[in-house]
Design a protein around this ligand. Structure first.
Ligand SMILES: [Zn+2]
Ligand SMILES: [Zn+2]
Length: 279
């Protein structure tokens, strides 16, 4: 597979979610740009492979310069897909949590997705899913430890929150000054079945992380509880529309308190997790 066309209607800009924060939806996944006070900006996630030129033209229009870094919430193909190409073209580092490194240095592949766990449209896409591990080589840099105020020099004002469960080294980012939260795949604001919907009129709703790829549901629940505890008022997810408003913290607590019922697939709850589904 050397080319996948992405049509224009599958590219949707998401303007001004919070101060300096805008995004781009490419097919079923969002990337975000964080502009800082000095005019520099950081790219959060890179969508699917073959998204590089779309991200680049959006970035040039929106920010008028290359980012200071690319930061990955985790290493799944729909978030790290264009990281290598963009980091080379822009000559910038790619930051990820150390626990994601094996998946980003070509050493390991994530466990095969569990399509039975409510995959929705994703199985239909499986022929186009990349199978080989991603290798970012020497571009890959380790994110600093959790919580420290300026957790990454390139992202002033944003705290790094380790939110494992969906993957071991999944991270989220929180800006305390206006309670804005970037959650990657720690949870979604749309059902997996609706990932491709042009969901302009579909109300956003909270769901757990994308189920077919989540490796540790216990940890995923703890992570959602941790994020709910931050009481965010704006949430920008990897899948689904951004949410903002006074009711967001309560909705997130409801998701955390009812995580098994809302998010955890039944076969996981019953201890009969579907066996290996090989791609
Ligand atoms: Zn993911
Ligand atoms: Zn994802």
């Amino acid at each position: 597979m050397d080319k996948v066309e992405i049509s224009d209607e599958q590219i949707v800009p998401i303007d001004e979610i919070a101060e300096g924060l805008s995004g781009l939806k490419i097919t079923f996944v969002n990337v975000f740009g964080l502009q800082h006070q000095d005019g520099s900006w950081t790219l959060i996630d890179t969508a699917l492979p073959f998204s590089a030129s779309r991200i680049k033209s959006w970035a040039e229009k929106t920010f008028k310069r290359p980012p200071n870094a690319i930061v990955l919430t985790h290493g799944h193909f729909d978030h790290a897909g264009a990281a290598k190409e963009l980091s080379e073209q822009w000559d910038v580092p790619v930051y990820a949590h150390a626990l994601e490194f094996p998946y980003l240095t070509g050493l390991k592949e994530y466990p095969a997705p569990d399509w039975k766990a409510g995959g929705g449209v994703m199985p239909l896409m499986s022929p186009t899913l990349p199978r080989g591990p991603i290798d970012l080589g020497s571009r890959l840099k380790e994110l600093p430890g959790e919580g420290s105020e300026l957790s990454l020099a390139e992202m002033p004002g944003w705290k790094l929150i380790h939110t494992p469960g969906h993957t071991p080294g999944h991270v989220s980012f929180f800006r305390e000054s206006d309670r804005t939260l970037l959650v990657g795949d720690a949870f979604c604001t749309t059902k997996a079945e609706s990932f491709f919907a042009a969901n302009l009129f579909q109300p956003a709703e909270l769901h757990g992380p994308p189920s077919y790829f989540t490796s540790d549901w216990g940890a995923a629940k703890v992570s959602v509880r941790k994020l709910a505890g931050l009481e965010p008022v704006t949430v920008a997810p990897g899948h689904g529309k951004p949410l903002a408003g006074a009711e967001v913290p309560q909705a997130l607590h409801t998701l955390a308190d009812n995580f098994e019922r809302i998010a955890t697939p039944k076969d996981v709850l019953e201890g009969t997790q579907a066996g290996e589904t090989s791609l």
